[in-house]
Design a protein around this ligand. Sequence first.
Ligand code: GFB
Length: 308
Amino acid sequence: MVGSAIIRQLQNRNDIELITKSRHELDLTSQMAVDSFFEQSKIDEVYLAAAKVGGIHANNTYPADFIYENLIMECNIIHSAHKHNVQHLLFLGSSCIYPKLAAQPMSEDALLTGILESTNEPYAVAKIAGIKLCESYNRQYGRDYRSVMPTNLYGENDNFHPENSHVIPALMRRFHEAKLNNDEEVVVWGTGTPMREFLYVDDMAAASVHVMELNKETYQANTQPMLSHINVGTGIDCTIREMAETMANVVGFTGDVIFDSSKPDGTPRKLMDVSRLNSMGWSYSVNLEEGLTQTYQWFLQNQQNFRK
Ligand code: GFB
């Protein structure tokens, strides 16, 4: 999802030659395959958006897959990039790197100050390792490897699986199907009280390019060698209940929304402090209702391709 949005940002630039590989063409969990890819391609900049991702249920159900696949992909790509003399790399993490009960809004220096949320701890540990890999290659070898930590993302090319997806694609599909079936109610997981901040994927891609292209002096002046990541978000959050109501309006579902409190809520709140990125000249442009409307248009055009 984010990788294809970064391609949309960069594809019309004539100062960049894009080199991409689909998951069918290159197995990022294979060190040999990744290394020979770097050996054969003349690469000078890497956007590392590839990851094993999923919502609260998937993280809780497949913890081994989440920690193993993310760690091995990060190790393979970052080490091979260094071996083949790639000087610039941008690693994409997640807001779940911060402690479950971090002070809100969460600033970059909240990293490693407390216990993680249990539903996604293995994924978060892998993402923290990614930041530390980048910092370590910078410190030992003088590389310029940077990290951005997005808040919860959504948009076109998201995963709309009924159980394994994040809340926005899950509810978009559930509300849409309920509307078609004239159902009287839609069930939303948890209590509806957790608060989340949502960022449209094209905003995330724009922020990624912005951070990659900051000059080194600006990046270093705003970060520290062992605290080098930058938050990306809107700085605005809402309850899951409020988001579900906005979703119902966007999709046109007029029935009742009910909450299943037997399902986990996850972190109570994870609002990003985005002042560091704002001070470096970037802020978001697509608000939640606009982003949901654009995503629903994409959903309607592409839903025939979704797996059941
Ligand atoms: O999107 P989500 O899975 O991400 O869930 P997290 C956000 C909130 O929405 C939780 C509620 O409180 C869920 O209980 N929710 C309500 C639902 N209905 C649904 C539904 O049908 N599906 C889903 N998925 N949630 C993830 C992490 O946590 O955030 C990942 O597990 C990653 O590691 C991602 O960091 C950004 O914000 O809870």
